[in-house]
Design a protein around this ligand. Structure first.
Ligand code: ACM
Length: 517
């Protein structure tokens, strides 16, 4: 023998190599092929593969008190999806096999920006703020869920790489009308959970309208004792106690969603006018209303008690709402003469400012003397909108024919209305908030919001059917840069989300525009 290994040695090595290659679990997706929604700003693959079983802990790095509740939630999620129990630890170390949540001073400045790194023995989520960490965790959860739901075996591995991500708009909103029909705290929480998983960060709560007053006001108790007791169709209605409302605000805030309370004024106020005779110009309470007409009610603009009422309501709700905005409605006040409307709004806007909130309102507010920081919500088709909007005002785009989730998908949709046209999934996605209204200054637009009016919507099942999947497209419009958005690519990614919604027991509208996987 000259020291050269025999042939059997090479055969043994070859068998070992083959076996070990078979034992290395393969990820289902390359990182840049993951059907994520919203699409992140950038996704870069690496050659590394992370074996799920190699992760042993969640590590919190940075002094932010919100990290530990996020770590707890992630631990529960991980156990459910991978059957593996993780420890939660504090402080930084390079060595352990962990998911590290790292608050870092030097990351991007946009609220919600984050970086997600998947390495061979570690997952890192880095951000400047706990909000960024939360958005990064939502991306990681989506990666795990999609991989689990679409792979034939148990999830064993993830492809390595880096996601760098940040939102396009600072306001990515949804609106729920709880006045036309009332929804329980549990139903609202379920909607909030789903919204947060797609990185929506504002929920505008339409708390009062002709058909119902839905929030307890301690200084005006009949608002809910009388005005909360019906809804469209004559059902029993309901209202949130101040504790219920605070529970919702907290639940949303834990998911990085800010609640925007709306009290619609001076029109859309029949529920208040039915509760207190003195708010009416003729001193007579109106009857409760359970139809779906609009534009017939108005507070009495010339009575001082009207402003006492408005101030009490704004004061009590502002004290329960940590968010920056207070929405005072202003739409369709068709029986309030314009001059009265302007006078009423001038005083109401000053009250909102007195309680340290930024006024927000439907765009009809522009007739009044609006403070510069007022956020105007554009909803209807108006050819000359850009001409009438003050150049300094901030705008939220909620164009009815693109964002109203109560518009029917098509002529046979059993729920919804169609006064702004039908709104199929492609139409709801394939537009740009920057260019929809001609001649607007792009820096005025702070985001978009998808309202769900509920004249025909009665429970979570109905909310889910009208909101999903269209709200997912809105979430991407709000988050993902317009240059990265493209309908075919989105439709393909969305096709993987049907199973994800099913796993959450969300009965979405399975539009035939999408080739559901
Ligand atoms: C609205 O749809 N009346 C704002």
């Amino acid at each position: 023998m000259n020291g050269f290994p025999p042939k059997t040695f090479f055969i043994a090595i070859a068998i070992l190599l083959t076996l070990s290659a078979c034992n290395n679990p393969k990820p289902l997706y390359r990182l840049d092929k993951l059907p994520l929604i919203p699409l992140p700003l950038s996704l870069e693959n690496s050659e590394e593969v992370l074996e799920i079983s190699s992760i042993h802990s969640i590590r919190m790095e940075g002094s932010d008190s919100n990290l530990s509740s996020m770590a707890q939630d992630l631990k529960i999620f991980w156990k459910k999806q991978t059957q593996q129990e993780l420890l939660i630890q504090e402080g930084s170390t390079e060595k352990d096999r962990s998911i590290s949540l790292e608050i870092k001073e030097d990351s991007s400045v946009k609220m919600g920006a984050y970086k997600l790194l998947i390495e061979s023995h570690k997952i890192r989520i880095q951000a400047k703020t706990s909000e960024g960490i939360f958005r990064g965790i939502k991306t990681l959860e989506q990666i795990i869920l999609l991989s689990n739901l679409h792979s034939k075996t148990t999830l064993l591995a993830l492809a390595g790489g880096v996601i760098v991500d940040e939102p396009q708009y600072e306001y990515r909103g949804a609106m729920l009308d709880v006045a036309r029909h009332f929804f329980s705290v549990e139903t609202v929480k379920r909607y909030i959970d789903l919204l947060s998983s797609y990185k929506i960060n504002f929920l505008h709560f339409h708390l009062s309208d002709d058909q119902g007053w839905r929030i307890e006001i301690k200084s005006w108790p009949k608002l809910t004792e009388i005005g909360g007791q019906t809804q469209v169709g004559g059902g029993e209605g309901g209202f949130y106690s101040q504790e219920d409302y605070q529970e919702i605000v907290k639940y949303a805030s834990d998911r990085y969603i800010t609640i925007v309370p709306e009290i619609d004024l001076p029109g859309h106020t029949n529920a208040a006018l039915a509760s207190y005779a003195e708010l009416n110009c003729d001193g007579k309470a109106t009857a409760l209303y359970s139809g779906i007409e609009v534009g017939f009610s108005s507070l009495c603009v010339d009575k001082e008690i009207t402003y006492e009422f408005v101030e009490d309501v704004i004061r009590e709700i502002s004290a329960l709402s940590p968010g920056p905005y207070f929405h005072i409605g202003g739409d369709e006040s068709l029986v309030t003469p314009q001059e009265d409307f302007n006078r009423f709004m001038d005083r109401t806007l000053a009250i909102v400012k007195k309680y340290n909130k930024i006024p927000m309102g439907w765009y009809e507010l522009i007739g009044a003397d609006i403070p510069e920081e007022t956020l105007l919500q554009f909803w209807a088709k108006s050819e000359d909108f850009s001409k009438i909007i003050p150049k300094k005002s901030k705008l939220l785009i909620s164009a009815a024919s693109y964002t109203y989730l109560d518009m029917k998908y098509d002529s046979i949709t059993p729920l919804g209305l169609h006064w702004a046209g039908y709104l199929p999934v492609k139409k709801a996605y394939d537009w740009d908030p920057q260019t929809l209204v001609p001649d607007l200054d792009s820096h005025q637009i702070i985001g978009l919001e998808a309202p769900l009016w509920t004249e025909t919507i009665e429970d979570f099942y109905d909310i889910a059917y009208m909101a999903f999947p269209r709200i997912i497209g809105h979430a991407e419009l709000g988050w993902t840069d317009a240059s990265l958005r493209q309908w075919e690519d989105y439709a393909n990614r969305l096709s993987f989300h049907g199973r994800l919604l099913e796993a959450l027991d969300v009965k979405y509208y399975a539009s035939d525009e999408i080739d559901w996987k």
